[in-house]
Design a protein around this ligand. Structure first.
Ligand code: B3K
Ligand code: ZN
Length: 857
């Protein structure tokens, strides 16, 4: 497959200021007539040929200015149309087959309804078009179809007219006044019902809101609607952004490749980010709905009003929008807890990506298939990079920067450089060297050593930084790394304020005076920089910070560091008794601490992920790491048994509500069970069973079952079956049922996964179901890395089977196998062998081909 390079960008030679789409809808056959008003781009290269992208399309009819087109040709799947003038009307008819579109890109059918997914390059599966984000057009869409099959007809913008046709048909005409790139086009037709509300914007515009779902799902849409209204309000207050249409529609679809899609005025969502009620959704699911509803809504400005010039700029909209959704969720809930969750995701998903064969800068330099670049790097590291600007500027100056960005580039297809420049001009930052964060891949490794000079009463912090080599980038430059620190007095346990240090060279040092004894250093507070920091500190200092730091994140971090140190040591030399004791004592203090709430307590009780530990230990035996982690949990569980039981009982007495208190109680309840089960499985099983039976909500039920699924006891099979039956017919809960088993600590888990792949409720056609069984297994470290290599084989088999049906979803499984360099040699060889087996397959998709080839390099 061809590689596309960022440096080769050229402006389009033709623009399409307006497009009209006429759809004659049918599940088997949909006819589409597209009428494009095309104009030569004065800024283009003067090419007289109009290049129209197509994918899986045939030309049924092609006209230029009303007459049959002449001289056109196909170049691969694209259409080349030579034109003579500077402005023409081009009319193209294409025929689409939604029912057999298993890729879920373009127009497809999902449980009886029709819907679209166009980002990044799906519009070319609907009609021939210059399918690139720097071509902005005003869309008018007319859809007509059978009224009974498609009672609801939705598209972008405002509904302008509807009417009845012959033979039970009807139609709707939609008009979107805002020019947009083709990837933001959307259409939905089907039997849907709406939860309706309204929102009045800061300038008094009344917006009709609707969340569209299938008939039985209506009672589970309140949280999504509330989240939407909160998002609209929050974006006005925090970023000064007002909504710009009279309507805003959200549609829930059960077959969807990712989370959701920000189509202008018509967001399309995976059902799992819309539907929630206490019976069927966990607190985590509620947070997911709020975060994704916010994310897609925020794209209206960061993505839609200002879009991307080309797909290399993806982080311009995604990194910024992730930061915006993180800030929103933090404001709706607990800021430190949200920060810990976000850092956990970054470490477990992005750090491994950044140190592996698929590492790329947040603004990549090349790609073969853009779908492969919707990554934790572009999204989450992209958010971290903008967060660093926020940290360096402070909130007020940052807002000036974003105001300038929105003002300067409204209506444009912009670049990351445009954003950085607006930040420099608006926020008053000098980002000359900072731009390296957009160019260089790899997680910087930073060391910090504190040196104390008694005679001067001075402490000097010595930093070094090194950005590791990544594919295509053998040598790196030093980057500016903003590290917030506080220096604590050991006796008073106080510090004299946080300081923001910018480490911008290979080596840097900072001296602080006025100390009579060596302070304890709390560094990278709030995780101001997305780095691997090795603060050369003794256990005592970490214990001190875990107990005394006034920054909740730093407290969490100190405990994580201590646990990480213990686990990495344990796989080499066995447990360190003194350190284990210190960890259990620190954890005990966490359980007793009345200053923190349970939401935070629950975070502090969690151990670092094995994928994160692998980053530091590699190459290593992941099962040994997992086992060490379980043993440490068991040690803590038995040392703190009575207090964990007391905590479980206290939390169990708090009734269900969505208050922070009740949510916190549910969180610590299950975390207590997790620690107890590693210590005394039988006792924990009884407690988990009781929790399950008493549960009046999904959080308690799923938590209990998660613990039980890993314990060999009679209740396990019985309650799993109870769970299945209780929620039969509910797809999202059935996904949980699959995931609970695929993610379990049961040593027989691979047998279970194999059996489940033949279960009547399993289908390879639904991405949620595939992910719930196989992605859950692929991240379940002892299962995936099972010694015989069976886990690897099962994933490779899945990829080969899924790739022809849904390439995008199949390619998402490659990175798990691609991590072979992090794994001890015996397993690494088996992982490689599976990648080679996939690589040999004929007719592999571009998506999977790119990922496999890069993973083997
Ligand atoms: N922009 C979409 C992602 C589309 C992915 C296409 N492969 C969702 C989001 O980030 O909001
Ligand atoms: Zn997004």
């Amino acid at each position: 497959p061809a590689t596309i390079f960022r440096k080769n960008y050229t402006p389009p030679s033709w623009l399409v200021p307006e497009i009209r789409l006429d759809f004659d809808l049918g599940t088997e056959l949909t006819k589409c007539v597209a009428t494009l008003k095309v104009e030569r781009n004065p800024a283009g290269d003067g090419d007289q040929t109009l290049h129209l992208c197509g994918d899986n399309l045939a030309v049924m009819s092609l006209k230029v200015d009303g007459a049959d087109a002449e001289g056109w040709s196909m170049s691969g799947s694209n259409l080349l149309l030579p034109l003579t003038g500077t402005s023409h009307e081009v009319t193209i008819e294409t025929h689409l087959h939604p029912a057999t579109n298993s890729q879920l890109m373009g127009l497809y059918a999902s449980s009886g309804m029709l819907c679209t997914q166009c980002e990044a390059e799906g519009f070319r599966r609907i009609t021939f078009f210059p399918d690139r984000p720097d071509v902005l057009s005003k869309y008018t869409v007319r859809m007509e179809g059978d009224k009974e099959t498609f009672p609801v007809l939705l598209s972008n913008g405002n509904l302008v007219e509807t009417g009845e046709g012959e033979a039970g048909r009807h139609w709707a005409l939609w008009d979107d006044p805002w020019p947009k790139p083709s990837y933001l086009f959307a259409l939905v037709a089907g039997q849907l019902v709406a939860n309706r509300d309204t929102f009045t914007t800061m300038n008094g515009r009344k917006v009709e809101l609707a969340v569209w779902v299938r008939e039985g799902d209506l009672e589970r849409t309140d949280h999504a609607m509330r989240s939407l209204i909160n998002s609209m309000k929050w974006d006005e207050e925090t970023f000064g952004r007002e909504y710009d249409l009279d309507q805003f529609n959200i549609v829930a679809v059960s077959d969807f490749n990712m989370g959701a899609m920000e189509n202008k005025g018509l967001n399309i969502f995976n059902t799992r980010y819309v539907l929630a009620d206490p019976e069927t959704a966990t607190d985590g699911d509620y947070d997911g709905v709020e975060g994704v509803v916010g994310h897609e809504y925020f794209h209206n400005w960061s993505g839609n009003r200002i879009t991307c010039r080309d797909w290399f700029q993806l982080s311009l909209k995604e990194g910024f929008t992730v930061l915006r959704d993180q800030m929103f969720s933090a404001d709706m809930g607990s800021e430190p807890v949200k920060r810990i969750e976000d850092v956990r995701v970054l470490r477990a998903a992005q750090f491994p990506e950044d140190s592996g064969p698929l590492a790329h800068p947040i603004r990549p330099d090349s790609y073969q298939e853009i779908s492969n670049f919707y990554t934790a790097t572009v999204y989450n590291k992209g958010a971290e990079v903008i967060r660093m600007m926020h940290t360096m500027a402070g909130p007020e100056a940052f807002r000036k920067g974003t105001d300038l960005y929105f003002e300067r580039h409204d209506g444009e297809a912009a670049t990351c450089e445009d954003f950085v420049k607006a930040m420099e001009d608006g926020a008053g930052l000098d980002l000359a060297q900072f731009r390296l964060w957009y160019e260089q891949a790899g997680t910087p490794k930073v060391t910090m050593r504190a040196e104390f000079d008694q005679s001067e009463g001075a402490v000097t912090l010595h930093f070094t930084q090194k950005v590791p080599a990544t594919p295509g980038q053998p040598s790196k430059k030093a980057m500016p790394i903003p590290i917030k620190v506080a220096l604590f007095d050991r006796d008073t346990k106080a510090h004299d304020g946080e300081k923001l240090l910018i480490v911008d060279k290979d080596k840097a040092e900072f001296t602080f005076k006025g100390f009579t004894r060596p302070p304890v250093i709390s560094a990278n507070r709030g995780f101001t920089a997305p780095i691997q920091l090795d603060a050369e500190q003794g256990d005592d200092d970490l214990v001190f910070l875990a107990a005394n730091d006034d920054d909740a994140f730093a407290r969490y971090e100190a405990l994580q560091q201590l646990v990480t140190r213990e686990l990495l040591g344990a796989i080499e030399n066995g447990p360190d008794e003194k350190r284990r004791t210190a960890i259990a004592d620190a954890m005990g203090a966490v359980l007793d601490d009345t200053q923190i709430d349970d939401l935070m307590r629950g975070e502090l009780m969690m151990m670092p992920a094995v994928t994160f530990l692998l980053e530091l230990a590699a190459p290593a035996d992941p099962v040994a790491l997992h086992d060490a982690r379980e043993r440490l949990k068991g040690y803590i569980g038995s040392r703190l048994r009575d207090r964990l039981i007391a905590l479980h009982e206290r939390a169990s007495a708090i009734g269900y509500s969505l208050s922070a208190e009740a949510r916190g109680a549910r969180k610590v309840k299950t975390q207590a069970l997790v620690l107890l089960s590693a210590a005394d499985a039988k006792e924990a099983a009884a407690r988990a069973e009781a929790q399950y039976r008493a549960a009046d909500n999904m959080t308690d039920r799923q938590g209990a079952l998660m613990v039980l699924a890993g314990i060999d006891c009679p209740a396990r099979a019985e309650l799993l079956e109870d769970f299945r039956k209780r929620f039969e017919g509910n797809a999202l809960v059935t996904d949980k049922w699959f995931a609970l088993q695929a993610g379990s600590l049961d040593p027989m888990v691979l047998d279970t996964v194999e059996a489940l792949s033949n279960h009547a409720d399993f289908t390879i056609k639904n991405p949620n179901r595939v992910r719930s069984l196989y992605m859950t297994m692929a991240v379940n470290q002892p299962a995936f890395h099972e010694e015989s290599g069976r886990g690897y084989r099962m994933i490779a088999d899945l990829v080969l089977k899924l790739d022809p049906l849904n390439a995008q979803t199949a390619a998402r499984f490659i990175p798990a196998l691609g991590r072979w360099r992090k794994i001890e040699p015996k397993r690494a060889a088996m992982m490689r062998a599976e990648l080679e087996r996939i690589a040999k397959a004929e007719g592999l998709s571009k998506d999977t081909r790119e990922q496999v080839t890069k993973s083997l390099d």
